[in-house]
Design a protein. Sequence first.
Length: 122
Amino acid sequence: MVLLVCRRRPLFRNSQNLKNCLIQQSSSHSLAHLYIMITPKVFADFQNADAEKRLRLNCIGTIEDLANQSIELQDGQLLTLYSEDLEVDGVVQFSEEEKLWVAAIDWERIRQVEDLVVQAQV
C-alpha cells in the first residue's frame, strides 16, 4: 500500500520524479502499464488579475514554483493555480499588452481545497 499526502503544494519537485516513483512502485507488483496525466500546480496571486480578468504569473511565489518545477511557460499550457485554500485550472497565454505571462481562468470554477490524503492499493 502506498500513502501519498498532498498539502496544497506539489508533493514532488517535478512530474518526472512522481512518475519515476509510481513506476518503481508498480513494477514491483507486475502492473503492465501506468498512465499518468499531471497538470503542474503553481502559486498565483488571485488578487493580481489584468483587465481581462486573467491571473498575472509574475509574483515571487509563481516564479519560485516555476523554477522549482523547471517549467517554461508556453501558450496553451495547462496549469493548476493555487493560493492559500483556493485552486483553479487555467490556460497560459502571453499578454502582448503587458509583455508578461498570464493564465485565463473561469472565476466560477475556483475551488476551496483542503489537505488531501490519497490512498492507493498497489
